[in-house]
Write a protein that binds this ligand. Sequence first.
Ligand SMILES: [Zn+2]
Length: 163
Amino acid sequence: MTLVLSTFPAGPLDCTCAIVGDRVAKEAVLIDPGGEPERIAAVLAQHDLRVVAIVHTHGHLDHMLATAAVKAAHGGIVCLHGADAWLHQEFQDRTKSFLGLDVSPAPPLERLLEHEDVIDCGAYLSLSQNDRLRTGENSGRFSGLASSSVGGHGHVRRSREVE
Ligand SMILES: [Zn+2]
């Protein structure tokens, strides 16, 4: 099994963070880093994974509370749906007003996703915005990652156990 999937609640609002990786290619996509940067680092180190992209299912502040930290530590292209870019711009102010927290601005968006956009990761995975994670092999084994931005409230979900 080359797929790595680790999901856990992160941050003050328990946003579900997910690390999806390919053990063979040693590449991972980090989804909704709302907190727990040390745990994220531990999972990446455990599987010797390099972050190719940091993907936000949408622009709510709780999904990006640790984005600056993980970007600084691990790199990866920062991605968000273009329609939510305004939320990214207001991240600092909104975090102050909603949570009372002083935070640095979120790192610049490096890729604006579009509907049904695809993010490649390793040889086996592609992540599709507003769709689900698809696997190049073992198709059907894994169907649990949904994301959305416009018109929905996307969160990472896991519907099946993956080793
Ligand atoms: Zn949200």
